[in-house]
Design a protein around this ligand. Sequence first.
Ligand code: ATP
Length: 468
Amino acid sequence: MANVLVIDDDEAICSLLAFGLGRAGHTVECARTLERGLTLLEHKDFSVALLDVLMPDGNGLDILPRIRKAPSAPEVIIITGAGVSGAELAIKNGAWDYVQKPFSLKEVTLPLVRALEYRQEKARASQPQVIFNRDRIIGSSPKFVECLNLMAMAATTDSTVLIQGETGTGKELFARAIHDNSARKSRDFIVVDCAALPSTLIESVLFGHRKGSFTGADKTTDGLIKAADSGTLFLDEVGELPLEAQKSFLRILQEKSFRPIGSQTEVRSDFRLLAATNRDLEAMSEEGTFRKDLLFRLRSLTIELPPMRNRLEDIKELTLYHTSRLCERFGLGTKAVSPEFFEYMTAYAWPGNVRELVNTLEGAITVARFDHTLLPPHLPQHIRVYFAKISDAKPRTDGFREADRPAPNPDSFPTLKEYRRDAIAEVERAYLVKLMEHAQGDFRKACDVSGVSRSRLYDLLKSHKVDF
Ligand SMILES: Nc1ncnc2c1ncn2[C@@H]1O[C@H](COP(=O)(O)OP(=O)(O)OP(=O)(O)O)[C@@H](O)[C@H]1O
């Protein structure tokens, strides 16, 4: 059961909640001022905070960000008698839900239980099972967390790892993280970009050469394999390695030694091998363009990174992370991100995956230089056009035909944005009604089917007033 903090100056409400939630097995503490609430949050862990808006020492909404940043980062449920608009604003700013005074115990218990379920799930999903420093690697969708767990396991061993995924999915980021969390972290991480190796110089770049061994070899060079001695060698775009170089490489993997060009003696190098590709190496090996025996050696452990379109839940987190990082890099104050901006970002297909997302944000932040909030007009044209197209193309789920929509009143003709927003809201509501019918009220199933996170689905159902 959970620790619940009630921040409310109304004694009757504190007693009701302490009694009712206590009977359900929760431990309840009450704070009658905002200051007392913040002090308690500093010293004790709470899963949920029930926060009144009108308090003797200020407005509860003002301390919402500080509550969310408390060590235990509790979910916040707003208690309000001050009208819905403030509470909606609170939800947009990270509160889990709101209840309006006067309320019954049942009306508080329901969002509380849902918040606790959500919190448990979030904790389970975002915690890789092995301790691992995942600095700079953002994402907590189930598919991505599976990859993080594999990566954490890979870091504890010395085995060869093949990282597969479309362009821009984070293959190099993962390879670096494996190295940085491995026993070899104090030694070098050497990247070989196999696609950029000039075919005439591959052997010399990898194996090194003796001075005078060929025209232009005016000094002895060690080569990248020797440079990775005691560290990690990362073969990026390994599918581009020509067959001849694949053969030499296979030998090095077996022998852990090689002969630099022009040298009579073998040189040893104890490196750990990581490789990445966006090609289908299995198919290539069937076609004869990639050696089967090398493929077998490379894939002792394979990590398959999902494309952006299969982890839409992570877009919000990635956007927030990279926005703040880029603003800092450009020497700009932090920018807020509007809900509409997220909507456009989530709707887009991201063929270039996270790299494209980062580049898009870089452009949007440049365009929005003096604005405090990122809005859809800051996005490049192709993403706005994409959004407009899919909004127009979305099939109606409720039998409504566009031709049936009443003509806008000529006296208050809406802007295109308003018209589109209303149309999307209608489609969204119809979808949610059908979704909850389909899931027979099972919230978890509805999340799985729709591919929407719990908190987002909860917000959507609430804002469209769909029962669940
Ligand atoms: N999970 C993530 N969290 C934060 N940033 C990410 C994540 N994945 C990728 N990025 C960022 O996206 C960009 C591309 O990542 P990376 O170079 O690792 O992709 P890649 O799969 O190796 O690409 P390519 O196949 O084109 O070489 C980098 O700026 C990286 O920091």
